[in-house]
Design a protein around this ligand. Structure first.
Ligand SMILES: Cc1ncc(C[n+]2csc(CCOP(=O)(O)OP(=O)(O)O)c2C)c(N)n1
Length: 359
């Protein structure tokens, strides 16, 4: 039998779990100040994440999807994008969003049940958080098509999970991106679990990246705990897309160190050894070790930075806690130009319940 086509999936890692450089450093990584900035952003995200979980546990947030362990993947996405690009997140990419100018108070508002959390201060064109799994991939492909039709040098980036990469909308997105040569970068953050479904039960495919090959996209796997490798592949994919070279699928291999959300108890379906082993590969530790080996970071700087993060997060938490709730009719008022009868009746009932009914 002849071979009509053959493919390979590349894997990129530059910093190993012990913080050793194992491949050629990209140009940007030769500047320790830039690496310190990446580390500080990852560390800030972790301080925020820890605080958000604590807020939920003390009844001050409805629920919360932690990003513990995903910091390198998320920060690299945010740093690689330009302000005019459009980010289509799922629901835990806070690190990327902070880089783009979303304030932590907005994340808290959203999970506290206030839709105004989606009214991002910074990136006005970024899409809101997407809880339906994988629909954001198709929205990103649509945005990318608009950029192409308008001849705008902008790129749309979506994030989907390992579980989400099994969904129809993900496949439809990569098919459109390939068929129309769209400026689209689809990142699969493979954190090994889709709530209680392990990666091993998710697909028969050897890698998640190879799904992009079927759509004709450039596809590769990267160590999603290595912020240097992650940023390098994101920059390459985004700039290629911006130049009209077509889309990419990037599988960032990482691990969800937390529960799926605060409503989940991961101890019920995954072993402690697996989690313990994953902590040895987590993203902050390795970059810190590398920075220390360069003399660019130390314990004193770590403590000072953590304290500063704590203070900044406290300001955001207070802003969230002090935000006055919207009136009850707000949940009815923004979906329809003209409310259908049943919705209008529910609105009147809600106002009557509050003693504010008119007429
Ligand atoms: C269309 C749809 N189906 C089911 C769900 C329920 N659900 C919420 S999160 C989740 C698992 C997602 O796992 P993955 O895509 O791997 O992302 P992760 O949360 O692990 O980052 C599911 C099935 C949903 N939100 N939307």
């Amino acid at each position: 039998m002849d071979t009509v086509a053959s493919f390979t999936i590349g894997y990129r890692q530059i910093l190993d779990p012990d913080g050793r450089v194992v491949d050629a450093l990209p140009e940007f990584a030769k500047d320790p100040a830039l690496l310190v900035d990446l580390y500080q952003r990852m560390s800030f995200t972790r301080v925020f994440d820890t605080k958000a979980v604590a807020l939920q546990r003390t009844g001050k947030l409805g629920t919360y999807a932690s990003c513990l362990g995903h910091e390198a993947a998320h920060i690299a996405i945010g740093v690689a994008m330009r302000p005019e690009d459009v980010f289509c997140p799922m629901y835990r990419e806070y690190g990327a969003q902070f880089v783009r100018g979303v304030k932590p108070r907005h994340v808290l508002l959203y999970w506290g049940g206030d839709e105004r959390g989606n009214d991002f201060t910074g990136p006005k064109h970024d899409l809101p958080w997407c809880v339906p799994i994988a629909t954001q991939c198709l929205h990103a492909a649509g945005a990318a098509l608009a950029f192409k039709l308008r001849h705008e040098p902008r790129v749309a980036v979506s994030v989907v999970g390992d579980g989400g990469s099994s969904k129809t909308d993900f496949y439809a997105a990569i098919n459109s991106a390939g068929a129309f040569t769209l400026p689209y970068v689809g990142v699969i953050v493979n954190n090994q679990w889709a709530i209680s479904v392990p990666r091993s039960a998710q697909t028969g495919a050897e890698t998640l990246a190879q799904k992009g090959l079927a759509g004709g996209l450039q596809s590769l796997q990267v160590d999603g705990n290595d912020v240097i490798a992650m940023l390098a592949v994101m920059q390459e994919a985004i700039e290629r897309a911006r130049r009209g070279g077509g889309g990419s699928v990037i599988e960032a291999v990482t691990y969800r160190l937390s529960d799926h959300t605060t409503a989940d108890d991961a101890r019920r379906y995954r072993g402690e050894d697996e989690v313990k082993e994953a902590w040895a590969r987590e993203p902050l530790k390795r970059l810190r070790k590398y920075l220390e080996s360069l003399g660019a970071w130390d314990e004193a700087r770590e403590q000072a930075w953590k304290e500063q993060c704590g203070r900044e997060v406290d300001v955001e938490v207070n802003a969230y806690l002090e935000t006055k709730s919207q009136p009850i009719e707000a949940i009815f008022d923004f979906l329809y130009a003209e409310a259908p009868h049943d919705i209008a009746a529910q609105r009147a009932q809600a106002l009557a319940w509050e003693g504010r009914a008119h007429g």
